[in-house]
Design a protein around this ligand. Structure first.
Ligand code: PMP
Length: 428
């Protein structure tokens, strides 16, 4: 494929935007080459500035569950925009989407909307600290909760891709309050709690990790975290920025039957517009300003365009009882197809999948935490990525990312992808 115009646009961008991108994961630093510039997208396809058509497995890193330019979402945004784009005053639609979200998700009474997943997680831990009166948090190596200071400690996703899981600029004072545990290692969590008795406000976790590839929680792991939290008066925070409204209507809480104390959302809840949210029982949420002392605010929070897109999106997901099954079945089909191709071509691999989240690791051993995720063969991944791109299939430009499946994909698209894998692996 030709990427002439994308390359020229990237050269221009690099002069005025650091690294030519507004978020590092978009750069091809991990895989080499220049990023593809998108002109437009519809359904399961991206169309780039060189008029190549690519099947999209990033889907804006999760939210385009129903496909790009999904008509009910687009129409809702257009109609809202005609009536004004921001007021800094309450609007009815904020209550409507809050009512719908609260009705879809178990165990939450109130929700507050923010502008990104980063803000949601940052606010959630402040609330946890304010509510419990304790300072420390436990996070898991390889989990990513946005780029706020407390979380840039062994962060996954782009931070790991670029070799900066611990970022300069995060003070030691902040870092000392973030304790680090290994994903799927409950003994490790217990040891940390014992060593910091009475000091831990919350444990924050991606209930299915999506930022070191896809890593499912081992059986009983989330249950054990829940009971440890109960025992030690620690809040359990589920970061469902990727899993919320994707794995099930009620996200990972519903899928695994575990109640978290605070839940963070992003992406999906805005139907592709900049939105995040955090939610909990009233008892906890009432600690937020203006009811309580924990301060949190935002000029554009609950923005009418974002709320209109989010309401249209959640309404669709709520009314289509089969959507989550369909997504899961399509992903399983892809899983089986890719497994067969890799097996037939003797390519060492491990594929992890939960519902419509899937990742291919180029290593045979089980991938269940950050260390095992990092073992994957990066050179193989790089050439796989470029092979797939050349075949017209766009996957995330990093071995630490998950593929997100959209319902807009047809079985024909999935077969096309499996055939593309077959051709791409011949040149690994
Ligand atoms: N939490 C998780 C689990 C995420 O995957 C991400 C982003 N990929 C975030 C938080 C941060 O969200 P945002 O990029 O919208 O700030």
């Amino acid at each position: 494929m030709i990427y002439k115009r994308s390359s020229a646009l990237f050269t221009d961008a690099e002069k005025v935007i650091p690294g030519g991108v507004n978020s590092p994961v978009r750069a091809f630093k991990g895989v080499g080459g220049t990023p593809v510039f998108v002109k437009e997208a519809k359904g399961a396809y991206l169309y780039d500035e060189d008029d190549n058509r690519l099947i999209d497995y990033i889907n804006s890193w999760g939210p385009m569950i129903l496909g790009h330019a999904y008509e009910p979402v687009v129409n809702a945004v257009i109609e809202k925009a005609k009536k004004g784009t921001s007021f800094g005053m309450p609007t009815e639609i904020e209550t409507k989407i809050a009512q719908l979200a609260v009705s879809m998700v178990p165990n939450i009474d109130k929700i507050r909307f923010v502008n990104s997943g980063t803000e949601a997680c940052m606010s959630a831990i402040r609330l946890a600290r304010g509510f419990t009166g304790k300072d420390k948090i436990i996070k898991f190596a390889g989990c990513y909760h946005g780029h706020s200071d407390s979380f840039l400690i062994q962060a996954g996703s782009g931070a790991s891709t670029f070799g900066t899981p611990n970022s300069p600029g995060v003070t030691q004072g902040t870092a000392k309050d973030t304790l680090l545990a290994n994903y799927n290692d409950i003994k490790n969590v217990e040891t940390l709690i014992d060593a910091n008795r009475g000091e831990i406000a919350c444990i924050i976790i991606e209930p299915v990790a999506g930022n070191m590839g896809c890593i499912p929680p081992k059986e009983g792991f989330l249950e054990s975290l829940r009971s440890l939290c109960n025992k030690h008066n620690i809040l359990l925070v589920f970061d469902e920025v990727m899993t919320g409204f994707r794995l099930a209507k009620g996200g990972a809480q519903e899928l695994y039957g575990i109640n978290a104390d605070i839940v963070c959302y992003g992406k999906v809840i805005g139907g592709g517009l900049p939105v995040g949210a955090f939610a909990a029982r009233s008892e906890i949420m009432n600690h937020l300003a203006p009811l309580g002392p924990v301060y949190q605010a935002g000029t554009l929070s609950g923005n009418p365009l974002a709320m209109a897109a989010g309401l249209a999106m959640l309404t669709e997901l709520n009314s289509d009882a089969e959507v989550f099954n369909r997504l899961s079945e399509k992903t399983e089909y892809l899983h089986k197809g890719i497994t067969k191709v890799l097996h037939d071509n003797n390519v060492p691999h491990t594929i992890n999948r939960v519902g419509s989240m899937i990742s291919v690791h180029f290593d045979e051993s089980e991938v269940y935490d950050f260390t095992t995720a990092a073992k994957g063969n990066n050179d193989t991944f790089k050439s796989f990525f470029h092979g797939m791109l050349n075949e017209g299939v766009y996957i995330a430009p990093s071995a630490f990312e998950t593929w997100f499946i959209t319902d807009a994909l047809t079985y024909g698209d999935l077969d096309f992808t499996i055939n593309a894998v077959n051709r791409a692996v011949k040149n690994l």
